[in-house]
Each structure stands twice: as C-alpha cells, then as structure tokens.
Design a protein around this ligand. Structure first.
Ligand SMILES: [Zn+2]
Length: 170
C-alpha cells in the first residue's frame, strides 16, 4: 500500500474521534506493510491530556509487539504531530512518521520548528508531510466550522428565550 492508502485509514480513525465530539485526528502504525495498531484523538472523553491519536496508536503498537521500542515501524497521522507526540516517537525509535495537514499552532515537524532535524535528539525517525494534506485539513476545518455553528445556534436560542420568556414558559 502507498502512503495515501495508509493515510486514508488514519482519516477513518479521525472520523471516530469526530463521532465522539473530539477534534478529529487519527493515526495508524504500520510494520512490514501492514497496519498493526491504530488510534484516534480522545483526551476529553478519557480525561487524559496525553490521549492524542499518535500516543494511543503507539501504545497499542508497543503492546502488540511486546516491545517499548518500535524500530521498523511507520506512523501515519492526519495532523502534524505536537511536541509530546514527537518526543514519544523518538523514544520509541520509530522509523518514519508521515503526516497529513500541517498544524501552525502546535506542529513541531516543520511548522513551529522541526524537532526531528535536531541530531542531538533524533537518530532514528524520518519525517514526511503533506500526504492527503488537503483532505486531512478539510476534515478539521469542517469540524471546527460545525462546532462554531452549533455554538452560535445555542447562543441564538438562549437569547430568543430571554427575549420571550412567556413563550418559553407557555
Ligand atoms: Zn500530540
């Protein structure tokens, strides 16, 4: 399978996050051309600030292989990884990370900085970005647009109720 095919599977994972009201980011871990683990963003539901898609997928992959290191593995994720996730990938000695959309707010694989190009930190992991970048970015944009629309509809409903309390009560 090509990078795009694995990224499509990561997008499917992102949809699971959306369905739970979480920011839609998804990830899969691939070894020898096969998906061995997947994960999606779920920090709110899990009450866990570390429950980003990449960490969930790395944990599942490590458990499956019975090894805290993941040499020879590639991780596909729909959004450029943050500092925490990039650190975890380096500790796992992941071979390669492939991301979709860039994240100008928290991405450290080229946006805010590129942690992976620091030789003092990273000897193991290569990075590729922009795979299905438009689709990955579009999903996030649609999610935030839907969330804003829902919030403004709720505000309108609340102000309508205040303007006409009798109608609400009657
Ligand atoms: Zn992260």
């Amino acid at each position: 399978m090509a990078d795009q095919d694995f990224m499509r599977l990561a997008l499917e994972q992102a949809q699971y996050a959306w369905d739970l009201g979480e920011v839609p980011v998804g990830a899969v871990v691939v070894k020898d051309g096969e998906v061995i683990a997947c994960g999606y963003n779920q920090p709110i539901g899990k009450h866990d600030p570390s429950a980003h898609a990449e960490i969930v997928a790395l944990r599942a992959a490590a458990a499956k292989l019975g090894n805290y290191r993941l040499p020879g593995c590639e991780l596909y994720v729909t959004l450029e990884p943050c500092l925490m996730c990039s650190g975890a990938m380096m500790h796992a000695r992941l071979s390669r990370v492939v991301f979709g959309a860039s994240d100008p707010k928290t991405g450290v694989c080229g946006s805010l900085m590129n942690l992976f190009e620091h030789n003092q930190l990273n000897h193991h992991t290569s990075v590729a970005g922009g795979v299905l970048g438009e689709q990955c970015g579009a999903m996030l944009k649609s999610f935030f647009a839907a969330r804003r629309a829902a919030a403004s509809a709720a505000r309108r409903a609340a102000s309508d109720a205040l303007a006409a309390p009798d109608a609400e009560a009657g």
